[in-house]
Design a protein around this ligand. Sequence first.
Ligand code: F3S
Length: 757
Amino acid sequence: MAFDIDMIKSVYARMAERVDKARELTGKPLTLSEKILYSHLWDGIPTKEFKRGKDYVDFAPDRVACQDATAQMALLQFMHAGKPKVAVPTTVHCDHLIQAKVGAEADLKRANQTSNEVFDFLESVSNKYGIGFWKPGAGIIHQVVLENYAFPGGMMIGTDSHTVNAGGLGMVAIGVGGADAVDVMAGMAWELKFPKLIGVKLTGKLSGWTAPKDVILKVADILTVKGGTGAIIEYFGEGATSMSCTGKGTICNMGAEVGATTSTFGYDESMDRYLRGTDRADVADEAKKVAAYLTADPEVYREPEKYFDQVIEIDLSTLEPHLNGPFTPDLATPISKMGEAAKKNDWPLNVEVGLIGSCTNSSYEDISRAASLAKQVSDKKLKTKSKFTITPGSEMVRYTIERDGFIKTFNDIGATVFANACGPCIGMWDRYGDKAANGPRNTIVHSFNRNFAKRADGNPNTLAFVGSPELVTAIAISGRLDFNPITDTLINEEGQEVKLDEPRGYELPPEGFAVEDAGYIAPKEDGSSVEVKVASDSERLQLLAPFTPITNESLKGMKLLIKAFGKCTTDHISMAGPWLRYRGHLDNISNNTLIGAVNAFNKKTNFVKNQLTGEYGGVPDTQRAYKAKGIKTIVVGDHNYGEGSSREHAAMQPRHLGVAAVLVKSFARIHETNLKKQGMLALTFANENDYDKIQEDDTFNFVDIDKFAPDVPLTIEVVHADGSKDLIKVNHSYNAQQIAWFREGSALNMIKKENAA
Ligand code: F3S
């Protein structure tokens, strides 16, 4: 669907030279991950070896993908870059804002009513700036990307953590925040710490009840939710090549659950088949020509310990189906041990709902295997005990499985088919109405990826277990969490003991994929006349005004907004939950600014002193009072300030409200960069103990901001209420370009200026 074969050809054309040079520089055989990274350097041909886990490197991704929730602020910002078109192929996918309640048709209709202004906005911006638009109901971003855009050896970024799904087709695909996407869309480099590498050798072959999902559930068991942090996981071995491409996608998808930067697989026949099966024979032909560059050098897989930072081996022939959960995706229980584990932990055995699909597991193979079990319900005169739902990943899959009779098979067991969207996977599942917060203790099983408390239905008392679609289906039929379909039998409606046959399916549809309306809307060739639609009284969307530069003068007489105590993550700075609704409206979402941060002076949240009145109030209101008087403020914080997500709102909101500087003991790096991009001062105490000198009534004067330069600390005069003063030194990590962002008001202002020049 409008994928760019010329772009893919140019990636392949430069690969040999760059990879060969990287091999020469590093003096060793290369892994696939290194080949892709070194062939996507912003500066072109490699000139030095990068240290894994240490060096920050500028990359030039081939594509960008955005989902509807995160795209709003990203595109609002992009509109300020002054570009007529995005610099790299980009797509927007409407999938997160569709609530699952009744069934696909009604739910989609309701979403189109409740979120139509967001969809209209995204469509019009896409049309204007050359961005491919996938309308509501077209499918989930990662499934649509796999079907249409992913290609072996490519690099992409996406504004969603499961962008990593495209590793199933041999990409390095990484989830990022909106600010990073804006950089790449605007034609700037994208920075990443050169990742460490974890090799996973898959021996043996999957069979029977075991599915690709069980591989990643096992990996999660081994690595835990943090074990992949800062690393790319590269899978290889006979077990990898014998698996379908979409199965590989499932494994890569859930790499996000072990914290991995991304995961990937070397190019093989399964990828060739999938590319041809999804109408991309030309990509398959091109990939074949450079096949040696799309997988690791042979020595790497022969002696992986020498070339990876960590190696894990899993024998697929002996791997058992697993269920992971509840409340964390790394708590793995082989199905044969579930009875014991459930008893020990007092997990309710009765399964209320089985849910299959999502971006993780809704391939034709997944659905056909699950359908082969659903079919046995009538064949063996059984009755499905749990409720059962399906969320197809794309309209192409949905249309094809309907044509091939699988939807009917599911309907026959009483299933509900939800819209091709995230639905229950992102908590957009109206299971309890407004009673979710006090919902009953209960068990569900699903084939999604995340199972944190409240994730699916908002009920903190729902225990969610993650498994393969086939195991979820079998468990839903039995209605029991401890049902092991390999050994256990069921009693049918005639009182007979029956056993489910092993699931069977098709890697790809025997009659090929089909679709009537895939849901894609191509942008205009020349979008200059397209008007972007935002109602002036909208609650959810607001066009951005460029930030005005923070002047040296305004950095005198500043007030303290809050001295945050202890942990202050991006969630404390810009809460999620109900506030997600305002992601596209900077002023409205700013009403949550720092409301989760603990005030060091009274240990309360959202309760700070307004120095102008002496009264205490909420952080956003207090800050707005300073803003009204034209007084800039400073936020003081502890260690690792801004850890958590890459959410750019955590920097944009304080900036919008008039905070000029954030001074902390240390920063989470992405947040520090986001503050710089928004034209603010991100500073650290030269002497950490100076944190203790900051008092509630302090006034701050930047005494040498006119000499702001790389590697030169700044000095702040802190004036206390009693008139005494402290001069404190603060460090910064701004380079010359970042200082220019500060002087211009933001990185985007700078880009705009350069474009205009
Ligand atoms: Fe959507 Fe869940 Fe995937 S939220 S993008 S289906 S992880």
